[in-house]
Design a protein around this ligand. Structure first.
Ligand SMILES: CC(C)(COP(=O)(O)OP(=O)(O)OC[C@H]1O[C@@H](n2cnc3c(N)ncnc32)[C@H](O)[C@@H]1OP(=O)(O)O)[C@@H](O)C(=O)NCCC(=O)NCCS
Length: 235
């Protein structure tokens, strides 16, 4: 799920923008200063919103361009396989720069809190995850999306990241009631991540997906978790 969209989402893939773009100078997690390029340079690297022994989840920073590009290109065909058709394969520095700028600007209106984040371990860029707020009657639902660089697969990183990010989302956005994910019907790793992170399988949207590189049409599996599922009676 990298290109300039109005609202990003790394869901099973990256999607169409659904949020209002807030000027970076209004975002509360940055202290931007403008340099010669168009990208505002926040100083220093933003603090994590989530810290675990394995990784940190923090806002994107312009200095992530090279390492984020390398993370995608660790195996872009395999990572892109289960992402939206717009996910880069391979990634380019210019495309990643555009994506990062989008991530530094896209917030959930009216809270002006960023919705796309980098997963890092110290200086190492490991992966990415984010929310796409829905609209209209689905206003209280976010879609989640994510990917991990290939050499970090199978270490429990995304299971832990999704579990923590979901809790953070419900705690940070009081109006948020439900988080959902859409998964390609044969993406067993992602299905396992979601199930282990507390999501329920809710059914399949038959033949809803179309990806020429995967041979055409496929079912999309729906997973969801509610605030009550996570916090029980305290929700
Ligand atoms: C899906 C993805 C994010 C998982 O990240 P990860 O950090 O490797 O996930 P974890 O290590 O936390 O857990 C993955 C689980 O799936 C299992 N798994 C991995 N590959 C699998 C496969 N091909 N078939 C079945 N299970 C698989 C792992 O064994 C693990 O389960 P376990 O803990 O019971 O052993 C990663 O594979 C990825 O980036 N894929 C490409 C992009 C993508 O699919 N994004 C999600 C779109 S919905």
């Amino acid at each position: 799920m990298i290109r300039l969209v109005k609202s990003p989402i790394l869901v099973l893939f990256h999607g169409v923008a659904h949020t209002e773009i807030i000027p970076i100078s209004h975002a509360n997690t940055h202290n931007p200063k403008m340099e010669s390029s168009q990208i505002p340079i926040p100083t220093p690297i933003p603090s994590p919103i989530i810290t675990t022994p394995l990784f940190q989840i923090r806002p994107y920073h312009p200095s992530d361009v090279t390492s984020c590009t390398a993370a995608i290109n660790s195996n872009s065909p395999l990572i892109a396989k289960y992402m939206r058709n717009t996910f880069p394969n391979p990634a380019t520095l210019a495309g990643t720069e555009t994506w990062i700028q989008t991530c530094m600007e896209a917030t959930f209106s009216p809270r002006e809190i960023l919705i796309n984040y980098a997963i890092v371990s110290g200086d190492e860029f490991i992966g990415s995850l984010g929310f796409k707020p829905m609209k209209d009657i689905e206003y209280r639902t976010f879609e989640i999306g994510y990917w991990v660089r290939h050499e970090s697969w199978g270490k429990g990183i995304m299971t832990a990241a999704v579990r923590e990010f979901v809790r953070w989302g419900f705690e940070t956005f009081p109006e948020l009631e439900r988080i959902e994910a859409q998964v390609f019907d044969d993406n067993e790793a992602s299905a396992k991540v979601l199930t282990k992170a507390g999501f329920l399988f809710e059914g399949a949207r038959r033949r809803a997906g179309y990806k020429p590189t995967l041979g055409g049409l496929f079912d999309i599996r729906m997973y969801g978790v509610t605030k009550g599922d996570v916090f029980g009676d305290k929700a």
